[in-house]
Design a protein around this ligand. Structure first.
Ligand SMILES: [Mg+2]
Length: 297
């Protein structure tokens, strides 16, 4: 069972005990602070789902307390409901200005208090679920689910950005040699293992700024910003040699695998698909001349 915490900040012990009696339940825990300062400290510490905040308090009042809560990264998203004795429009307006989500007026109608707390807690939970979902969707839209590398669309967007910013860069297209025979010999899970292991090897060798993407089934494409073609060739060779030395271990079966690469410096006078065709042709040349090699376009 999920237990929520409501933080109640009110200088009156009587009010606190009344609210606690109304709200507390097996899945709702109440924390209490009697000053604004203690409330702010407790809010950071316990990260409540919701805060009930008295407006008129000794020392720091509710408005001031709310401002501090809303200006703090750790507490700014926690909804605040003001508890007020005067529901005149100017104090309500002031409350909304400092970031209140809602108001409850004293004396309380317990059902109303419960309902407001429930609605705001549900809202904030839905909002958080949406944030998580949005993050997942963003990841799904930009990455390949097996290798967790960027997908084709993301890669093309990044290349487009580099072209726009007049950055020099090179491209490498790698294809796994005899991938079909790995799948045929050891099964598709072994093939998947090869692809995920290769992704890790690539990432280990590449620099932070390089962009690597799973281009197709067993094809990987790499973009090396600020790298001219000779340097790109050295990079590609380094990767190819590392891969050829790596021993894959699938359920006790040890095997090696090689890759073939096509390399070119990006030619901004050509459209992106023509640039890709160039490295694809170089790759094809490498395949037809014995594989396990890197070929300059
Ligand atoms: Mg008070």
């Amino acid at each position: 069972m999920e237990i929520d915490t409501v933080l109640l900040i009110d200088d009156s012990e009587i009010i606190c005990s009344i609210i606690k009696d109304i709200l507390e339940s097996p899945n709702l825990h109440i924390e209490i602070a009697h000053t604004g300062e203690d409330g702010v400290r407790l809010a950071r510490e316990v990260q409540p789902t919701l805060i009930l905040l008295d407006i008129i308090m000794y020392g720091m009042d509710g408005y001031e307390t709310c401002k501090i809560l809303k200006s703090n990264e750790e507490t700014k998203d926690i909804p605040v409901i003001f508890i007020t004795g005067n529901n005149d429009s100017s104090s309500l307006l002031k409350g909304f200005e400092v970031g209140a989500a809602d108001f409850v007026c004293k004396p309380f109608i317990s059902e109303e208090l419960k309902a407001r707390v429930k609605v705001h807690m549900q809202n904030i939970k839905n909002q958080r679920k949406l944030q998580v979902l949005a993050e997942e969707l963003r990841e799904l839209a930009t990455t390949d689910s097996l290798t967790k590398l960027y997908n084709r669309r993301y890669f093309l967007d990044k290349v487009h950005d580099l072209v726009k910013s007049n950055t020099i860069f090179s491209l490498i297209l790698f294809d796994v040699d005899c991938f079909k025979s790995i799948n045929d010999t050891y099964g598709h899970n072994a093939g998947d293992l090869v692809l995920t292991s290769l992704s890790r090897i690539f990432k280990l060798i590449l620099r932070e700024e390089d962009i690597i993407s799973r281009w197709g089934g067993e094809e990987f494409i790499i973009c090396l910003p600020n790298i001219e073609v000779d340097e790109a060739y050295k990079f590609a060779e380094k990767i190819r040699i590392e891969v050829s030395k790596f021993q894959f271990n699938y359920e006790g079966y040890i095997f090696n695998c090689t890759i073939t690469g096509g390399i070119a410096q990006y030619d901004i006078k050509l459209p992106i698909d023509k640039n890709i065709t160039k490295i694809d042709s170089a790759l094809y040349t490498g395949k037809s001349t014995g594989k396990n090699c890197c070929i300059l376009a």
